[in-house]
Design a protein around this ligand. Structure first.
Ligand code: PHE
Length: 357
């Protein structure tokens, strides 16, 4: 008993002598069969023995328990003088930071921020934007289609897809809101593409739409130029580069130019270039010596898009609406701002990269 190391062992010893089938218990039970005198004496002895064992066990149990508590206390001792573990706070992802900056600038120019669904119908992503079913222009967006069994029954007869751009929100918004309107639509878009340093299957777009009676390309130019000047200004975190010298009042002097191009949902359509940020327009390897960098697609909203949204385009009698739309890659914007050379870094979850922002 004295040698028992833990409570379990002690329990076993208790059982052996005093349990239901314990040695002493059985002897006590058998007392009945003894003659009266002997029974009395034997009973006394046995009871003394029983008490002794019980006491011994109790003492040993106390000893074991005390030892156990002492051990725990020793092990779990808190050193209140030890220096604390520092919890380093996280921060917003660079893409989120850039998105917020873009939103802030456009909000200061009277634009509201609107969102749309990432799973889109064929109608909103293509047809409503004047991209006919079998038109080769559909190949411009490498679409990820959803399998029919994944579709909700509510949108029967409509093929579903992961939106390839944020332009469908133009129609969704104009269906519900009458002009004049100014919105930007930041959001995630998806394309079925091989990934490389400038392509991802998942990335971010910012759509813009401004509609009123007399909104023109001149308005677009002024607003977009202002946007880039503010976005790439020295005060904005992450800026740097030789063209910094050409700043005025904290805003960077950036020129923009429009090059004619084609989108089915704008007419005329143009590609927007800005002064190369690396060389300030002189020409360098980053801009293939042109002095310009391509930034976004844009144009004047096509009359068919107005009609598909339930609005009257300007060309019809009695006024009507006109405006511009644009779409730019948020990732590209962030890459240019922070001089990042691989889009995949944004989605790598690599803390060595993320901690730099
Ligand atoms: N949605 C177009 C694209 O994904 C960009 C764009 C938006 C062009 C709006 C014109 C007007 O390439």
């Amino acid at each position: 008993m004295k040698k028992a190391r833990d409570l379990k062992e002690l329990d076993r010893i208790f059982g052996k002598y005093l349990g239901k089938k314990g040695k002493i218990t059985i002897l006590l039970k058998n007392l009945k069969s003894l003659p009266k005198e002997k029974r009395k004496r034997r009973g006394k002895e046995l009871n003394l023995l029983k008490e002794f064992i019980e006491k011994e066990i109790e003492e040993k149990a106390k000893e074991i328990k005390e030892k156990l508590t002492a051990e725990i206390l020793k092990k779990e001792k808190i050193d209140i003088t030890a220096p604390g573990k520092k919890i380093s706070p996280g921060h917003l992802h660079p893409l989120t930071q850039v998105q917020r900056k873009v939103e802030e600038i456009f909000q200061s120019m009277g634009f509201s921020i609107v969102e749309g669904p990432e799973i889109e119908t064929e109608w909103y992503n293509f047809d409503a934007l004047n991209i006919p079913k079998d038109h080769p222009a559909r190949d411009m967006w490498n679409t990820l289609w959803l399998k029919p069994q994944n579709q909700k029954s509510k949108i029967k007869n409509q093929k579903l897809l992961l939106r390839t751009h944020t332009s469908p929100v133009q129609v969704r918004y104009m269906e519900k809101h009458n002009p004049p309107l100014r919105i930007i639509v930041p959001g995630r878009v998806f394309r079925h593409e091989a990934t490389d340093s400038s392509h991802e299957t998942n990335f971010y777009h910012i759509e813009g739409l401004m509609v009123d009676k007399n909104v023109s390309v001149a308005n677009f130019k002024a607003i977009i130029q202002k946007f880039y000047q503010k976005f790439f200004s020295a005060s904005a975190k992450g800026y740097g580069g030789p063209a910094e010298a050409s700043r005025e009042g904290g805003e960077r002097q950036i020129e923009i130019r429009l090059i004619p191009c084609y989108f089915p949902f704008t007419e005329p359509s143009f590609e927007v270039d800005i002064t190369c940020l690396a060389c300030g327009g002189k020409g360098c390897p980053a801009c293939q010596k042109t002095g310009w960098m391509e930034m976004m697609g844009a144009g004047m909203v096509h009359p068919a898009v107005f009609k598909n949204s339930g609005l009257t385009p300007h060309q019809y009698i009695g006024g009507g609406w006109q405006g511009f739309a644009f779409g730019m890659g948020l990732d590209r914007l962030a890459m240019m701002k922070y001089k990042i050379n691989d889009i995949r870094l944004f989605y790598s979850g690599d803390l060595r990269f993320l901690n730099q922002f």
